[in-house]
Write a protein that binds this ligand. Structure first.
Ligand SMILES: Cc1cc2nc3c(=O)[nH]c(=O)nc-3n(C[C@H](O)[C@H](O)[C@H](O)COP(=O)(O)OP(=O)(O)OC[C@H]3O[C@@H](n4cnc5c(N)ncnc54)[C@H](O)[C@@H]3O)c2cc1C
Length: 491
Protein backbone atom coordinates (compact mmCIF):
# COMPACT_ATOMS: atom_id res chain seq x y z
CA UNK A 1 0.00 0.00 0.00
CA UNK A 2 1.12 3.55 -0.72
CA UNK A 3 1.59 5.69 2.42
CA UNK A 4 -0.16 9.08 2.28
CA UNK A 5 1.42 10.65 5.41
CA UNK A 6 -2.00 11.27 6.96
CA UNK A 7 -3.26 9.90 10.25
CA UNK A 8 -6.57 8.39 11.30
CA UNK A 9 -7.94 7.58 14.76
CA UNK A 10 -10.66 4.98 15.18
CA UNK A 11 -12.70 5.23 18.38
CA UNK A 12 -13.72 1.69 19.33
CA UNK A 13 -12.63 -1.77 18.24
CA UNK A 14 -16.12 -3.09 17.48
CA UNK A 15 -16.34 -5.11 14.29
CA UNK A 16 -17.02 -1.99 12.25
CA UNK A 17 -14.14 -0.09 13.86
CA UNK A 18 -11.72 -2.93 13.09
CA UNK A 19 -12.96 -3.12 9.48
CA UNK A 20 -12.64 0.67 9.12
CA UNK A 21 -9.08 0.49 10.48
CA UNK A 22 -8.14 -2.15 7.88
CA UNK A 23 -9.69 -0.11 5.07
CA UNK A 24 -8.07 3.18 6.15
CA UNK A 25 -4.67 1.49 6.45
CA UNK A 26 -5.14 0.18 2.90
CA UNK A 27 -5.78 3.76 1.78
CA UNK A 28 -2.30 4.65 3.08
CA UNK A 29 -3.24 6.28 6.42
CA UNK A 30 -1.34 5.54 9.60
CA UNK A 31 -4.15 4.17 11.77
CA UNK A 32 -4.51 3.99 15.55
CA UNK A 33 -7.48 2.30 17.24
CA UNK A 34 -8.50 3.40 20.74
CA UNK A 35 -10.61 0.84 22.61
CA UNK A 36 -12.05 1.38 26.10
CA UNK A 37 -12.11 -2.35 26.89
CA UNK A 38 -9.04 -4.50 27.44
CA UNK A 39 -10.25 -6.72 24.56
CA UNK A 40 -11.44 -6.18 20.97
CA UNK A 41 -14.80 -6.90 19.35
CA UNK A 42 -17.30 -4.89 21.42
CA UNK A 43 -20.48 -6.95 21.13
CA UNK A 44 -18.56 -9.60 19.16
CA UNK A 45 -16.38 -10.74 22.08
CA UNK A 46 -15.78 -13.94 24.03
CA UNK A 47 -15.52 -15.12 27.64
CA UNK A 48 -14.65 -18.44 29.26
CA UNK A 49 -15.96 -19.95 32.48
CA UNK A 50 -15.13 -23.30 34.11
CA UNK A 51 -14.07 -25.06 30.90
CA UNK A 52 -16.82 -23.52 28.76
CA UNK A 53 -16.21 -20.85 26.07
CA UNK A 54 -18.98 -18.46 25.03
CA UNK A 55 -19.50 -15.99 22.19
CA UNK A 56 -21.06 -13.09 24.09
CA UNK A 57 -23.10 -11.43 21.33
CA UNK A 58 -23.79 -12.29 17.71
CA UNK A 59 -24.24 -15.94 16.81
CA UNK A 60 -25.87 -15.94 13.36
CA UNK A 61 -23.34 -15.25 10.61
CA UNK A 62 -24.48 -14.26 7.12
CA UNK A 63 -22.87 -12.67 4.04
CA UNK A 64 -19.34 -13.87 4.95
CA UNK A 65 -17.95 -12.33 1.76
CA UNK A 66 -17.71 -8.99 3.57
CA UNK A 67 -15.16 -10.47 5.99
CA UNK A 68 -13.28 -12.13 3.12
CA UNK A 69 -13.19 -8.83 1.27
CA UNK A 70 -10.96 -7.31 3.98
CA UNK A 71 -8.33 -10.02 3.56
CA UNK A 72 -8.45 -9.76 -0.23
CA UNK A 73 -8.12 -5.96 -0.02
CA UNK A 74 -5.01 -6.46 2.13
CA UNK A 75 -3.47 -8.87 -0.39
CA UNK A 76 -4.10 -12.06 1.59
CA UNK A 77 -6.01 -15.25 0.95
CA UNK A 78 -8.89 -15.24 3.46
CA UNK A 79 -8.80 -19.02 3.71
CA UNK A 80 -5.30 -18.89 5.20
CA UNK A 81 -6.68 -16.82 8.12
CA UNK A 82 -10.42 -17.29 8.53
CA UNK A 83 -12.82 -20.06 7.60
CA UNK A 84 -16.49 -20.92 7.84
CA UNK A 85 -18.89 -23.73 7.00
CA UNK A 86 -22.41 -23.49 5.53
CA UNK A 87 -25.26 -24.52 7.84
CA UNK A 88 -28.11 -26.79 6.81
CA UNK A 89 -30.45 -26.81 8.63
CA UNK A 90 -29.84 -23.35 10.00
CA UNK A 91 -32.51 -23.35 12.73
CA UNK A 92 -34.57 -25.77 14.74
CA UNK A 93 -37.91 -24.24 15.81
CA UNK A 94 -39.77 -25.68 18.81
CA UNK A 95 -43.43 -24.98 19.60
CA UNK A 96 -45.40 -25.62 22.80
CA UNK A 97 -47.66 -28.18 21.07
CA UNK A 98 -44.65 -30.41 20.37
CA UNK A 99 -44.16 -29.40 16.73
CA UNK A 100 -40.52 -29.17 15.66
CA UNK A 101 -39.70 -27.48 12.35
CA UNK A 102 -36.27 -27.22 10.75
CA UNK A 103 -35.33 -24.08 8.83
CA UNK A 104 -33.29 -25.40 5.91
CA UNK A 105 -30.97 -23.61 3.50
CA UNK A 106 -32.31 -22.92 0.00
CA UNK A 107 -35.82 -22.23 -1.25
CA UNK A 108 -36.67 -25.82 -2.31
CA UNK A 109 -35.65 -27.55 0.91
CA UNK A 110 -37.05 -24.78 3.10
CA UNK A 111 -40.41 -24.85 1.31
CA UNK A 112 -40.52 -28.66 1.41
CA UNK A 113 -40.17 -28.70 5.21
CA UNK A 114 -42.61 -25.82 5.73
CA UNK A 115 -45.28 -27.45 3.58
CA UNK A 116 -44.75 -30.78 5.39
CA UNK A 117 -45.09 -29.22 8.85
CA UNK A 118 -47.67 -26.46 8.28
CA UNK A 119 -50.94 -26.07 6.39
CA UNK A 120 -49.35 -23.84 3.75
CA UNK A 121 -48.34 -25.08 0.32
CA UNK A 122 -44.80 -25.43 -1.04
CA UNK A 123 -45.67 -23.32 -4.07
CA UNK A 124 -46.75 -20.43 -1.82
CA UNK A 125 -43.55 -20.63 0.23
CA UNK A 126 -41.45 -20.55 -2.95
CA UNK A 127 -43.49 -17.61 -4.28
CA UNK A 128 -42.88 -15.74 -1.00
CA UNK A 129 -39.14 -16.46 -1.09
CA UNK A 130 -38.93 -15.32 -4.72
CA UNK A 131 -40.62 -12.10 -3.69
CA UNK A 132 -38.19 -11.46 -0.83
CA UNK A 133 -35.34 -12.13 -3.26
CA UNK A 134 -36.74 -9.55 -5.66
CA UNK A 135 -37.12 -7.08 -2.78
CA UNK A 136 -33.52 -7.68 -1.73
CA UNK A 137 -32.24 -7.12 -5.26
CA UNK A 138 -34.22 -3.88 -5.53
CA UNK A 139 -33.22 -2.49 -2.14
CA UNK A 140 -29.64 -3.63 -1.43
CA UNK A 141 -28.04 -0.98 -3.62
CA UNK A 142 -30.10 1.82 -2.06
CA UNK A 143 -30.05 0.78 1.57
CA UNK A 144 -26.91 -1.33 2.08
CA UNK A 145 -24.13 -0.41 -0.31
CA UNK A 146 -24.11 3.37 -0.47
CA UNK A 147 -24.44 6.39 1.73
CA UNK A 148 -28.12 7.39 1.93
CA UNK A 149 -26.98 10.94 2.63
CA UNK A 150 -25.17 11.82 -0.60
CA UNK A 151 -27.45 13.21 -3.27
CA UNK A 152 -25.41 11.83 -6.16
CA UNK A 153 -25.95 8.25 -4.97
CA UNK A 154 -29.62 8.43 -5.96
CA UNK A 155 -28.74 8.67 -9.65
CA UNK A 156 -26.99 5.37 -10.32
CA UNK A 157 -28.81 2.92 -12.63
CA UNK A 158 -29.49 0.32 -9.91
CA UNK A 159 -30.69 2.87 -7.37
CA UNK A 160 -33.02 4.48 -9.93
CA UNK A 161 -34.41 0.99 -10.70
CA UNK A 162 -35.02 0.41 -7.00
CA UNK A 163 -36.72 3.78 -6.59
CA UNK A 164 -38.93 3.21 -9.64
CA UNK A 165 -40.08 -0.08 -8.09
CA UNK A 166 -40.71 1.42 -4.64
CA UNK A 167 -44.23 -0.04 -4.61
CA UNK A 168 -42.76 -3.55 -4.71
CA UNK A 169 -40.56 -3.26 -1.64
CA UNK A 170 -43.23 -3.43 1.02
CA UNK A 171 -42.70 0.03 2.50
CA UNK A 172 -46.43 0.51 3.09
CA UNK A 173 -47.20 -2.73 4.96
CA UNK A 174 -45.76 -4.25 8.14
CA UNK A 175 -43.74 -7.47 8.17
CA UNK A 176 -46.57 -9.26 9.96
CA UNK A 177 -49.17 -7.76 7.60
CA UNK A 178 -47.33 -9.08 4.55
CA UNK A 179 -46.60 -12.47 6.14
CA UNK A 180 -50.24 -12.95 7.18
CA UNK A 181 -51.36 -12.16 3.64
CA UNK A 182 -48.91 -14.74 2.28
CA UNK A 183 -49.65 -17.60 4.70
CA UNK A 184 -52.49 -19.16 6.69
CA UNK A 185 -50.37 -21.07 9.20
CA UNK A 186 -49.68 -19.20 12.44
CA UNK A 187 -46.40 -21.05 12.98
CA UNK A 188 -44.99 -20.15 9.58
CA UNK A 189 -45.99 -16.51 10.04
CA UNK A 190 -44.29 -16.54 13.44
CA UNK A 191 -41.09 -18.06 12.03
CA UNK A 192 -40.93 -15.33 9.36
CA UNK A 193 -41.95 -12.53 11.72
CA UNK A 194 -38.98 -13.37 13.95
CA UNK A 195 -36.58 -11.83 11.42
CA UNK A 196 -37.62 -8.39 12.76
CA UNK A 197 -35.63 -9.21 15.89
CA UNK A 198 -32.43 -9.24 13.80
CA UNK A 199 -32.48 -5.48 14.09
CA UNK A 200 -34.34 -5.21 17.36
CA UNK A 201 -37.76 -4.28 16.02
CA UNK A 202 -41.34 -5.51 16.19
CA UNK A 203 -42.81 -7.35 13.16
CA UNK A 204 -46.14 -5.65 13.96
CA UNK A 205 -44.57 -2.21 13.37
CA UNK A 206 -41.53 -2.71 11.12
CA UNK A 207 -42.05 -2.26 7.36
CA UNK A 208 -42.46 -5.39 5.24
CA UNK A 209 -39.27 -4.38 3.41
CA UNK A 210 -37.43 -6.04 6.29
CA UNK A 211 -38.72 -9.41 5.12
CA UNK A 212 -35.59 -9.30 2.93
CA UNK A 213 -33.70 -10.55 5.99
CA UNK A 214 -35.27 -13.99 5.49
CA UNK A 215 -33.92 -14.02 1.93
CA UNK A 216 -30.40 -13.36 3.17
CA UNK A 217 -30.54 -16.20 5.68
CA UNK A 218 -32.64 -18.78 3.82
CA UNK A 219 -31.35 -18.35 0.28
CA UNK A 220 -27.92 -16.77 0.60
CA UNK A 221 -27.24 -18.93 3.64
CA UNK A 222 -26.04 -18.83 7.21
CA UNK A 223 -22.56 -19.95 8.18
CA UNK A 224 -20.56 -21.02 11.19
CA UNK A 225 -17.09 -19.51 11.54
CA UNK A 226 -14.62 -22.30 12.33
CA UNK A 227 -13.66 -21.85 16.00
CA UNK A 228 -16.77 -19.78 16.79
CA UNK A 229 -17.99 -16.24 16.17
CA UNK A 230 -15.07 -14.64 17.98
CA UNK A 231 -12.75 -15.90 15.23
CA UNK A 232 -14.22 -13.12 13.07
CA UNK A 233 -12.91 -10.55 15.55
CA UNK A 234 -9.61 -12.25 16.30
CA UNK A 235 -8.69 -12.93 12.65
CA UNK A 236 -9.49 -9.34 11.64
CA UNK A 237 -7.49 -7.89 14.55
CA UNK A 238 -4.55 -10.07 13.50
CA UNK A 239 -4.92 -8.86 9.92
CA UNK A 240 -5.10 -5.22 11.05
CA UNK A 241 -1.94 -5.63 13.15
CA UNK A 242 -0.11 -7.38 10.29
CA UNK A 243 -0.72 -4.45 7.95
CA UNK A 244 0.40 -1.94 10.58
CA UNK A 245 -2.70 -0.78 12.48
CA UNK A 246 -1.83 0.14 16.09
CA UNK A 247 -4.29 -0.84 18.85
CA UNK A 248 -4.49 0.92 22.23
CA UNK A 249 -6.67 -1.17 24.54
CA UNK A 250 -8.03 0.00 27.92
CA UNK A 251 -7.95 3.51 26.47
CA UNK A 252 -11.19 5.49 26.49
CA UNK A 253 -11.51 8.48 24.22
CA UNK A 254 -12.95 11.33 26.31
CA UNK A 255 -13.45 14.00 23.66
CA UNK A 256 -13.29 14.60 19.94
CA UNK A 257 -11.29 17.81 19.54
CA UNK A 258 -12.70 20.38 17.13
CA UNK A 259 -11.59 23.91 16.22
CA UNK A 260 -13.66 26.19 13.97
CA UNK A 261 -15.79 23.25 12.75
CA UNK A 262 -12.64 21.39 11.75
CA UNK A 263 -11.49 18.22 13.38
CA UNK A 264 -8.24 18.45 15.37
CA UNK A 265 -7.96 15.04 17.02
CA UNK A 266 -8.97 13.28 20.22
CA UNK A 267 -8.42 13.49 23.95
CA UNK A 268 -7.73 10.41 26.06
CA UNK A 269 -7.00 10.36 29.81
CA UNK A 270 -3.31 10.62 28.98
CA UNK A 271 -3.03 13.14 26.15
CA UNK A 272 -4.47 15.32 23.41
CA UNK A 273 -3.57 13.72 20.10
CA UNK A 274 -3.80 15.28 16.64
CA UNK A 275 -5.30 13.34 13.73
CA UNK A 276 -6.29 14.23 10.17
CA UNK A 277 -9.36 11.99 10.30
CA UNK A 278 -11.39 10.51 13.18
CA UNK A 279 -13.89 7.68 12.71
CA UNK A 280 -16.11 7.05 15.71
CA UNK A 281 -17.32 3.44 16.11
CA UNK A 282 -18.84 4.47 19.44
CA UNK A 283 -22.66 4.50 19.37
CA UNK A 284 -23.49 7.78 17.62
CA UNK A 285 -25.88 8.90 20.39
CA UNK A 286 -23.10 8.68 22.96
CA UNK A 287 -20.52 10.04 20.51
CA UNK A 288 -22.50 13.30 20.50
CA UNK A 289 -23.48 13.21 24.16
CA UNK A 290 -20.09 12.31 25.64
CA UNK A 291 -17.39 13.15 23.08
CA UNK A 292 -18.84 16.22 21.35
CA UNK A 293 -20.45 18.19 24.18
CA UNK A 294 -20.17 21.53 22.33
CA UNK A 295 -21.18 20.36 18.85
CA UNK A 296 -24.52 21.09 17.23
CA UNK A 297 -26.57 17.89 17.64
CA UNK A 298 -28.75 16.27 14.97
CA UNK A 299 -31.64 16.21 17.46
CA UNK A 300 -34.20 14.43 15.28
CA UNK A 301 -31.80 11.61 14.41
CA UNK A 302 -30.68 11.13 17.98
CA UNK A 303 -34.23 11.18 19.34
CA UNK A 304 -35.38 8.20 17.26
CA UNK A 305 -36.67 5.31 19.42
CA UNK A 306 -33.98 2.77 20.20
CA UNK A 307 -34.09 -0.95 19.46
CA UNK A 308 -34.79 -3.76 21.86
CA UNK A 309 -32.11 -5.21 24.11
CA UNK A 310 -31.81 -8.64 25.70
CA UNK A 311 -31.18 -10.80 28.72
CA UNK A 312 -28.66 -13.55 28.07
CA UNK A 313 -27.73 -16.45 30.30
CA UNK A 314 -24.44 -18.13 29.44
CA UNK A 315 -24.94 -21.57 30.94
CA UNK A 316 -22.49 -24.42 31.16
CA UNK A 317 -24.86 -27.40 30.78
CA UNK A 318 -23.78 -30.82 32.04
CA UNK A 319 -25.73 -32.72 29.39
CA UNK A 320 -25.69 -33.47 25.67
CA UNK A 321 -29.11 -32.66 24.13
CA UNK A 322 -29.23 -34.70 20.92
CA UNK A 323 -32.48 -32.99 19.79
CA UNK A 324 -30.85 -29.53 19.77
CA UNK A 325 -28.73 -27.97 17.03
CA UNK A 326 -26.53 -24.87 16.81
CA UNK A 327 -29.50 -22.44 16.60
CA UNK A 328 -32.70 -23.31 18.49
CA UNK A 329 -35.87 -21.28 19.03
CA UNK A 330 -38.52 -22.02 21.67
CA UNK A 331 -41.46 -19.91 20.53
CA UNK A 332 -44.01 -18.12 22.70
CA UNK A 333 -47.67 -18.80 22.00
CA UNK A 334 -48.72 -15.17 21.57
CA UNK A 335 -46.08 -13.32 19.58
CA UNK A 336 -48.12 -10.12 19.25
CA UNK A 337 -48.53 -9.85 23.01
CA UNK A 338 -44.80 -10.56 23.45
CA UNK A 339 -43.78 -7.64 21.20
CA UNK A 340 -46.41 -5.38 22.70
CA UNK A 341 -45.01 -6.13 26.17
CA UNK A 342 -41.48 -5.28 25.02
CA UNK A 343 -42.20 -2.15 22.97
CA UNK A 344 -45.33 -0.69 24.63
CA UNK A 345 -45.28 -1.95 28.22
CA UNK A 346 -41.49 -1.66 28.37
CA UNK A 347 -40.95 -4.86 30.34
CA UNK A 348 -40.26 -8.57 29.79
CA UNK A 349 -42.95 -10.97 28.61
CA UNK A 350 -44.32 -13.72 30.85
CA UNK A 351 -43.76 -16.44 28.23
CA UNK A 352 -40.79 -15.16 26.22
CA UNK A 353 -39.53 -16.69 23.00
CA UNK A 354 -36.13 -18.16 23.85
CA UNK A 355 -33.17 -18.48 21.53
CA UNK A 356 -30.57 -21.08 22.52
CA UNK A 357 -27.25 -21.08 20.67
CA UNK A 358 -24.82 -23.97 21.30
CA UNK A 359 -21.44 -23.59 19.59
CA UNK A 360 -20.12 -26.79 21.17
CA UNK A 361 -22.30 -28.58 18.59
CA UNK A 362 -19.61 -27.51 16.08
CA UNK A 363 -16.58 -26.66 18.22
CA UNK A 364 -16.26 -29.54 20.67
CA UNK A 365 -13.63 -27.72 22.74
CA UNK A 366 -16.18 -25.01 23.67
CA UNK A 367 -17.52 -27.34 26.43
CA UNK A 368 -16.20 -30.26 28.48
CA UNK A 369 -16.94 -33.71 27.03
CA UNK A 370 -20.64 -34.62 27.19
CA UNK A 371 -21.57 -31.00 28.04
CA UNK A 372 -22.89 -27.98 26.10
CA UNK A 373 -22.30 -24.21 26.22
CA UNK A 374 -25.73 -22.58 26.11
CA UNK A 375 -26.26 -18.96 25.11
CA UNK A 376 -29.91 -18.55 26.19
CA UNK A 377 -31.39 -15.24 25.03
CA UNK A 378 -34.70 -13.39 25.30
CA UNK A 379 -35.63 -10.05 23.73
CA UNK A 380 -36.29 -7.26 26.23
CA UNK A 381 -36.88 -3.52 26.10
CA UNK A 382 -33.84 -1.30 26.25
CA UNK A 383 -32.74 0.20 29.55
CA UNK A 384 -34.92 3.03 30.77
CA UNK A 385 -34.30 2.33 34.45
CA UNK A 386 -36.36 -0.82 34.97
CA UNK A 387 -35.58 -3.01 38.00
CA UNK A 388 -33.26 -5.33 36.06
CA UNK A 389 -32.23 -7.42 39.08
CA UNK A 390 -35.87 -8.37 39.54
CA UNK A 391 -36.48 -8.87 35.79
CA UNK A 392 -33.38 -11.06 35.39
CA UNK A 393 -34.56 -13.32 38.22
CA UNK A 394 -38.04 -13.56 36.71
CA UNK A 395 -36.61 -14.22 33.25
CA UNK A 396 -34.40 -17.02 34.59
CA UNK A 397 -37.36 -18.82 36.17
CA UNK A 398 -39.57 -18.43 33.10
CA UNK A 399 -36.85 -19.52 30.70
CA UNK A 400 -35.96 -22.61 32.69
CA UNK A 401 -39.64 -23.57 33.06
CA UNK A 402 -40.27 -23.16 29.34
CA UNK A 403 -37.21 -25.14 28.25
CA UNK A 404 -38.10 -27.87 30.76
CA UNK A 405 -41.67 -27.99 29.44
CA UNK A 406 -40.68 -28.26 25.79
CA UNK A 407 -37.69 -30.59 26.19
CA UNK A 408 -39.50 -32.60 28.90
CA UNK A 409 -36.55 -32.44 31.25
CA UNK A 410 -35.20 -30.43 34.19
CA UNK A 411 -32.16 -28.38 33.24
CA UNK A 412 -31.81 -26.82 36.70
CA UNK A 413 -29.38 -29.44 38.10
CA UNK A 414 -27.50 -29.46 34.79
CA UNK A 415 -26.44 -25.80 35.05
CA UNK A 416 -22.78 -26.03 36.10
CA UNK A 417 -21.89 -22.38 35.70
CA UNK A 418 -23.67 -19.16 34.80
CA UNK A 419 -22.93 -15.66 33.57
CA UNK A 420 -25.63 -13.14 32.74
CA UNK A 421 -25.89 -10.03 30.56
CA UNK A 422 -28.80 -7.62 30.82
CA UNK A 423 -29.29 -4.24 29.09
CA UNK A 424 -27.22 -2.49 31.78
CA UNK A 425 -24.25 -4.75 31.12
CA UNK A 426 -24.55 -4.32 27.35
CA UNK A 427 -24.66 -0.55 27.89
CA UNK A 428 -21.60 -0.43 30.14
CA UNK A 429 -19.57 -2.96 28.11
CA UNK A 430 -20.09 -1.37 24.69
CA UNK A 431 -21.30 2.21 25.39
CA UNK A 432 -24.50 1.44 23.49
CA UNK A 433 -27.14 4.06 24.31
CA UNK A 434 -29.77 2.58 26.67
CA UNK A 435 -28.18 -0.85 26.20
CA UNK A 436 -30.07 -1.12 22.91
CA UNK A 437 -28.39 -3.87 20.91
CA UNK A 438 -29.15 -2.53 17.44
CA UNK A 439 -29.05 1.27 17.64
CA UNK A 440 -32.33 2.79 16.42
CA UNK A 441 -35.38 0.54 16.15
CA UNK A 442 -36.79 0.03 12.66
CA UNK A 443 -40.36 0.35 13.84
CA UNK A 444 -41.53 2.72 11.12
CA UNK A 445 -41.13 3.01 7.38
CA UNK A 446 -38.77 5.98 7.59
CA UNK A 447 -36.32 4.38 10.04
CA UNK A 448 -33.72 3.56 7.39
CA UNK A 449 -33.63 7.23 6.42
CA UNK A 450 -33.39 8.41 10.02
CA UNK A 451 -30.16 6.65 10.94
CA UNK A 452 -27.21 8.99 11.28
CA UNK A 453 -25.05 9.49 8.19
CA UNK A 454 -21.56 8.01 7.98
CA UNK A 455 -20.06 11.50 8.17
CA UNK A 456 -20.53 14.67 10.17
CA UNK A 457 -22.27 17.43 8.26
CA UNK A 458 -20.86 19.99 10.70
CA UNK A 459 -17.30 18.88 11.41
CA UNK A 460 -14.93 18.32 8.51
CA UNK A 461 -12.80 15.19 9.02
CA UNK A 462 -15.20 13.43 11.41
CA UNK A 463 -16.91 10.18 10.36
CA UNK A 464 -19.04 7.45 11.98
CA UNK A 465 -19.34 3.71 11.45
CA UNK A 466 -21.10 0.80 13.16
CA UNK A 467 -24.51 -0.54 14.07
CA UNK A 468 -25.92 2.80 15.25
CA UNK A 469 -25.38 4.58 11.91
CA UNK A 470 -26.13 3.79 8.27
CA UNK A 471 -26.81 1.10 7.08
CA UNK A 472 -27.49 -0.37 10.54
CA UNK A 473 -26.77 -3.26 12.87
CA UNK A 474 -25.52 -6.85 12.41
CA UNK A 475 -22.07 -8.07 11.40
CA UNK A 476 -22.50 -7.75 7.62
CA UNK A 477 -24.12 -4.32 7.86
CA UNK A 478 -21.41 -3.09 10.24
CA UNK A 479 -18.79 -4.30 7.75
CA UNK A 480 -20.65 -2.45 5.00
CA UNK A 481 -20.86 0.60 7.25
CA UNK A 482 -17.06 0.64 7.48
CA UNK A 483 -16.86 0.28 3.70
CA UNK A 484 -19.27 3.15 3.03
CA UNK A 485 -17.62 5.38 5.63
CA UNK A 486 -14.05 4.87 4.46
CA UNK A 487 -15.08 5.34 0.82
CA UNK A 488 -16.24 8.84 1.79
CA UNK A 489 -12.81 9.77 3.20
CA UNK A 490 -10.37 11.25 0.71
CA UNK A 491 -7.08 9.43 0.09
C1 LIG B 1 -26.67 -10.40 22.29
C2 LIG B 1 -26.43 -9.96 20.88
C3 LIG B 1 -26.79 -10.79 19.83
C4 LIG B 1 -26.56 -10.40 18.51
N1 LIG B 1 -26.84 -11.28 17.52
C5 LIG B 1 -26.40 -11.01 16.26
C6 LIG B 1 -26.36 -12.04 15.27
O1 LIG B 1 -26.73 -13.18 15.55
N2 LIG B 1 -25.89 -11.73 14.04
C7 LIG B 1 -25.42 -10.49 13.73
O2 LIG B 1 -24.97 -10.28 12.58
N3 LIG B 1 -25.43 -9.49 14.67
C8 LIG B 1 -25.89 -9.74 15.91
N4 LIG B 1 -25.82 -8.77 16.89
C9 LIG B 1 -25.51 -7.38 16.50
C10 LIG B 1 -24.02 -7.17 16.27
O3 LIG B 1 -23.29 -7.77 17.29
C11 LIG B 1 -23.73 -5.68 16.26
O4 LIG B 1 -24.55 -5.02 15.30
C12 LIG B 1 -22.27 -5.38 15.94
O5 LIG B 1 -21.37 -6.27 16.55
C13 LIG B 1 -21.98 -3.95 16.39
O6 LIG B 1 -20.68 -3.61 16.07
P1 LIG B 1 -20.14 -2.13 16.13
O7 LIG B 1 -18.94 -2.08 15.25
O8 LIG B 1 -21.24 -1.18 15.86
O9 LIG B 1 -19.62 -1.86 17.58
P2 LIG B 1 -19.81 -2.43 19.07
O10 LIG B 1 -19.75 -3.90 19.07
O11 LIG B 1 -20.96 -1.76 19.70
O12 LIG B 1 -18.47 -1.91 19.70
C14 LIG B 1 -18.19 -0.57 19.95
C15 LIG B 1 -16.83 -0.54 20.63
O13 LIG B 1 -16.46 0.80 20.87
C16 LIG B 1 -15.86 0.88 22.15
N5 LIG B 1 -16.01 2.26 22.62
C17 LIG B 1 -17.17 2.94 22.80
N6 LIG B 1 -16.93 4.18 23.23
C18 LIG B 1 -15.59 4.31 23.31
C19 LIG B 1 -14.72 5.37 23.67
N7 LIG B 1 -15.18 6.57 24.05
N8 LIG B 1 -13.39 5.16 23.65
C20 LIG B 1 -12.87 3.96 23.26
N9 LIG B 1 -13.66 2.92 22.91
C21 LIG B 1 -14.99 3.09 22.92
C22 LIG B 1 -16.65 -0.10 22.97
O14 LIG B 1 -15.94 -0.47 24.14
C23 LIG B 1 -16.84 -1.24 21.98
O15 LIG B 1 -15.77 -2.15 22.03
C24 LIG B 1 -26.01 -9.13 18.23
C25 LIG B 1 -25.64 -8.31 19.29
C26 LIG B 1 -25.82 -8.71 20.59
C27 LIG B 1 -25.37 -7.83 21.73
Amino acid sequence: MKENNKSCAIIGAGISGIAAAIRMRNKGYSVTVFEANSFPGGKLSTESNKGYRFDMGPSVFTLPQYVDELFILSGKNPRDHFNYIPLDPVYRYFFEDGTVIDGYHGKEKYAEEMSAKTIDKKVDVIRYLNKTEEMYNLTAEIFLHNSLHKFKNFFTKRVVKGLLNFGKIGAFDTMNGANQKAFKDKKLVQILNRYSTYNGSSPYLAPATLNVISHVEIEKGAFYPVGGMFSITSSLVELAKEIGVVFNFSTSVREILVENKKLKGIRTDKANLNFDVVISNMDVYNSYLKLLPMAKKPINTLRQPKSSSGIIFYWGIKHDFKQLGLHNIFFSENYEEEFDTIFSKNTIYADPTIYVNITSKHTATDAPEGCENWFAFINTPNNTGQDWDLLVNKARERMIEKVNRILKTDIRPMIECEMVFDPRVIESRTSSAFGAIYGNASNNKFSAFLRHANFSKEIKGLYFCGGSVHPGPSIPLCLLSAKITTALVGS
